[in-house]
Design a protein around this ligand. Structure first.
Ligand SMILES: [Zn+2]
Length: 75
């Protein structure tokens, strides 16, 4: 999952799970790289797609492990 939302470009601090078929319907081919929970909800509403989050987990900046060597990051 991308670290930043493909749509609003804000940090995706909330990881969410929705059924794959719902995800396909909402994201289509446009936002394949992933959008934040807020954008997902907006897109679903616009598309008239009813759904529920199957699981949500929020991670703050300080919850993330610090990279051991900031100069050798992957990607
Ligand atoms: Zn977003």
């Amino acid at each position: 999952m991308a670290e930043y939302c493909a749509r609003c470009k804000r940090r995706m601090v909330v990881a969410y799970h929705v059924p794959d078929d719902v995800k396909r319907l909402v994201l289509l081919n446009r936002w394949e790289s992933g959008v934040c929970a807020g954008c997902f909800d907006e897109l679903a509403e616009k598309g008239g797609i009813a759904y529920s989050f199957a699981g949500v987990a929020a991670t703050s900046w300080s919850d993330r492990p610090a990279p051991r060597n900031p100069f050798k990051r992957k990607r």
